[in-house]
Design a protein around this ligand. Structure first.
Ligand code: F6P
Length: 371
């Protein structure tokens, strides 16, 4: 029977849902029943630490070096129950101008005889996959990121689990906020996209939600808070995305500079908003940064299911030799899109239709007239 070697890697920030997808890539590729139907026997090698593993591996001597692990259905049997990534990850880019090594990575892929590489990643990792595809490497992308900011897909692995974390943590904060009649400002992740803050805030019933797509006025935030108090509220939950910023200001960053993908290290806006509210309203205000808690924990049912479907679909694309594509969930269906279509683009909240710019919250109209 014809043999085919597939590589699989996870790159960028980890999240829940990666391990279920890895499990189903392996199970589908190595399914004996499907082997005879396809006339191909697949071997799956797990590549450690994202693209870094392919830059550092010695293609003539990879076994036992920690860069590559042969996978099989027995090894991955229980993986879908766990968060993070069993393969490890990194924010390494072979196209980083400070350490350009894309030629070496492409050579290593060829020398190791990979028929295709399945890449689980967000915008940075999949942009690399898109460029590798242009250079003639057979790649398939699987979308993952708690930011849900990849275009051409309605879902990215990790998002629902992160939303569940936001809801659980806010439920905890509500009791202490209510007991002390305090305001709590909760900073969520998401980079320049407001999906996590908006949908997390909607799910937990936040009083105010601040997103990067609409600069907020602190005066308006304070007005809304005072309006709430006048109507008898004991406490307020305010969700602020790490990329949100007050009108006329830049994003708040933890440290200067950018990563190997040119992205800022966002963080700190929650504390700023809390200070401004306390100053403007004289109501005791605390801030909490949820940070990497949103990326941790076991995948929720939805991420296990979507990981499964995305993993299976990635192998279907390989079997049908439809390379250079990303599996996608669109309009309720699993499908695929060219990686070239997602390159350099981000999906962000549309404040005109998905946000209430007056009350800084989720939209109040869903079905417009005639729909
Ligand atoms: O892209 C996922 C994400 O969690 C962002 O929401 C956040 O800004 C960033 O990664 C944090 O990155 P790191 O794990 O490198 O601190």
């Amino acid at each position: 029977m014809k043999k085919s070697r597939i590589g699989v890697l996870t790159g960028g920030g980890d999240c829940a849902g990666l391990n279920p997808a890895l499990k189903w890539v392996v199970k589908t590729a190595m399914d004996e029943r499907l082997e005879s139907e396809r006339g191909v026997r697949h071997e799956v090698l797990g590549i450690h630490d994202g693209w870094k593993g392919l830059a550092e591996v010695d293609p003539a001597n990879w076994d036992g070096t920690g860069h590559i692990t042969p996978l099989n259905p027995d090894i991955v049997r229980t993986w879908d129950r766990y968060g993070g990534t069993m393969l490890g990850t990194s924010r390494f880019s072979p196209y980083d101008p400070k350490n350009e090594c894309s030629g070496l990575v492409a050579d290593n892929i060829r020398k190791m005889g990979f028929e295709a590489i399945v890449v689980l990643g967000g915008d940075g990792t999949l942009a690399i996959a898109a460029r590798m595809a242009k250079e003639g490497i057979n790649v398939i992308g699987i979308p993952k990121t708690i930011d849900k900011d990849l275009p051409e897909t309605d879902y990215t692995l990790g998002f629902e689990t992160a939303l569940n974390v936001i809801v659980e943590e806010v439920d905890r904060l509500r009791t202490t906020a209510g007991s002390h009649k305090r305001i709590f400002v909760i900073e969520t992740m998401g980079r320049t996209a407001g999906w996590l803050a908006l949908e997390g805030g909607e799910a937990c019933g936040a009083y105010i939600i601040l997103i990067p797509e609409h600069d907020f006025s602190i005066k308006r935030v304070n007005e809304l808070v005072m309006e709430g108090r006048r109507s008898g509220t004991r406490y307020e939950i305010i969700i602020v995305a790490e990329g949100a910023k007050p009108v006329g200001r830049r994003e708040i960053v933890k440290k200067k500079g950018t990563d190997s993908f040119g992205r800022k290290d966002l963080g700190g806006v929650g504390e700023l908003v809390a200070l401004e509210i306390e100053k403007g309203t004289e109501i005791e205000t605390r801030s909490v940064v949820l940070s990497h808690l949103q990326r941790g924990g076991a995948p929720c049912a939805y991420d296990r299911r979507m990981g499964r479907y995305f993993g299976i679909a990635a192998v279907d694309l390989i079997v049908n030799r439809r390379f250079g594509r990303m599996v996608s969930f669109k309009n309720g269906k699993i499908t695929s899109v060219p990686l070239a279509d997602i390159y350099g683009r981000l999906s962000r909240v549309d404040p005109d239709t998905q946000y209430d710019v007056d009350r800084y919250n989720g939209r109040r109209t869903i079905l417009r007239s005639g729909k």
